[in-house]
Write a protein that binds this ligand. Structure first.
Ligand code: ATP
Ligand code: MG
Length: 299
C-alpha cells in the first residue's frame, strides 16, 4: 500500500501517557479506566493488528541495520497485564530479533553484587529489542515498600541509610543516560491498573480453574501496601522520566486499550530512528551479479 496505514495516520494514542519531565507528574491524573473515548473492542483489535504489522517491518530494519538497540521495560502491580501486553505486542516480531527477561526476587548470587548487575548482563544487543518483565526499578518499588529486602543487600554501614531512594534514582538515571548515548532507545511502561480491577482479576484467577495456576496468595497480601506502592511509583516516575527514557503511564483496566497504547508507543519511537536496510554498494552489486550468473549456469 502506498502511503501510511490508518494506524499511523491517527493521532498519537500514546502521547497523553508519555512522561519525559517528571517534575510535575501526578499519578492521580491518569485514570486506569481511560480508553480515550474508544469503546469498540473489535476496532481496537484491527488497529492493534495493523500496528503490530508495522512494528514487525520496523523491527526487521532494526535488525538488518544493526546499529540501534531497544530496551522496553515493563513495571506494574500484579495482574495488570504485563505478560499479555508483552505477548500481544511482540506477536508479529521475529523471535531472533527479540529477547525477554523476567526479574523476580534476587538469588543469593545476585545479592552478592550491586543492584544493576543482574540486569546489565541481560541488556539487548544492537539490532535487537530487549524486554524486561520487571527490572532494576524493583529496587525503588518492592524494596522501598518492604525495607527488609534492603537488609538482605548487605550494603556497608552509611550507604543504605537516609536518602537511599534519591541516590538510586540518580544512579538509574545516570545509567539510562549512558545507555541512550550508546544508541539504545529506552521505553518504560507502567501499566496502571486500579485496585478494584485487580480485585476482579484475582477473583477470576480463583473462580476459573484454568486460571488457578496464576493465583498467588502473596499477591493478595500485597494489596495491603497498595498506597505505598502507588506513592513509590509516582516518586519513581517523577525522578526517572527523561526525554531519552520516557515513562508511559498506561491505563490498564482494559487490556485491549493497554496493548494498543504500548504498541503505539513502541512504533512511534522506532519511526523516529533512521531505520533503513543497509545499502548495497557497487562492488557488492557486482559480486551479487556474478553469484547469480554462477547459480543460473548450474542448470
Ligand atoms: P507472574 O506473577 O505473572 O508470574 P511476576 O513478575 O509477578 O509474574 P513472580 O514470580 O510473582 O513474577 O515474582 C516477582 C516478584 O519478585 C514480585 O513480587 C517482585 O516485586 C519481586 N522482585 C523483583 N525484583 C525484586 C528485588 N530486586 N527485590 C525483591 N523482590 C523483587
Ligand atoms: Mg507475581
Amino acid at each position: 500500500m502506498a502511503g501510511k496505514s490508518k494506524a499511523t495516520r491517527s493521532a498519537p494514542l500514546s502521547a497523553p501517557y508519555r512522561v519525559t519531565d517528571g517534575s510535575t507528574f501526578r499519578l492521580k491524573e491518569i485514570d486506569p479506566g481511560d480508553t480515550r473515548g474508544m469503546k469498540d473492542k473489535k476496532k481496537a483489535q484491527d488497529a492493534l493488528a495493523a500496528g503490530i504489522e508495522e512494528l514487525a517491518d520496523l523491527q526487521e530494519k532494526l535488525y538488518a541495520q544493526n546499529r540501534w538497540g531497544v530496551l522496553l521495560i515493563f513495571q506494574a502491580m500484579d495482574a495488570a497485564g504485563k505478560d499479555s501486553a508483552i505477548e500481544h505486542v511482540m506477536s508479529g516480531i521475529n523471535p531472533q530479533g527479540c529477547q525477554v527477561f523476567s526479574f523476580k526476587a534476587p538469588s543469593a548470587e545476585e545479592l552478592d553484587h550491586d543492584f544493576l548487575w543482574r540486569t546489565s548482563r541481560c541488556l539487548p544487543e544492537r539490532g535487537r529489542l530487549g524486554i524486561f518483565n520487571r527490572s532494576y526499578y524493583e529496587e525503588v518499588l518492592v524494596v522501598r515498600v518492604h525495607p527488609a529486602f534492603l537488609d538482605g543487600q548487605r550494603l556497608p554501614t552509611g550507604l543504605g541509610g537516609k536518602g537511599i531512594w534519591k541516590r538510586r534514582f540518580e544512579d538509574i538515571a545516570a545509567f539510562e543516560r549512558y545507555f541512550a548515548r550508546q544508541g539504545f532507545v529506552i521505553l518504560k511502561f507502567f501499566l496502571h491498573v486500579s485496585k478494584d480491577e485487580q480485585r476482579e482479576r484475582f477473583l477470576d484467577r480463583i473462580e476459573q480453574p484454568e486460571k488457578n495456576w496464576k493465583f498467588a496468595m502473596a499477591d493478595v497480601e500485597e494489596r495491603a501496601h497498595w498506597d505505598d506502592y502507588m506513592a513509590a511509583y509516582e516518586d519513581m516516575i517523577r525522578h526517572t522520566a527523561a526525554e531519552h527514557a520516557p515513562w508511559f503511564v498506561v491505563p490498564a483496566d482494559n487490556k485491549w486499550f493497554t496493548r494498543l497504547v504500548v504498541a503505539d508507543a513502541i512504533r512511534r519511537a522506532l519511526e523516529k530512528l533512521d531505520l533503513t536496510f543497509p545499502q548495497v554498494g557497487g562492488a557488492r552489486k557486482k559480486e551479487l551479479a556474478a553469484a547469480r550468473e554462477a547459480l543460473l549456469a548450474e542448470t
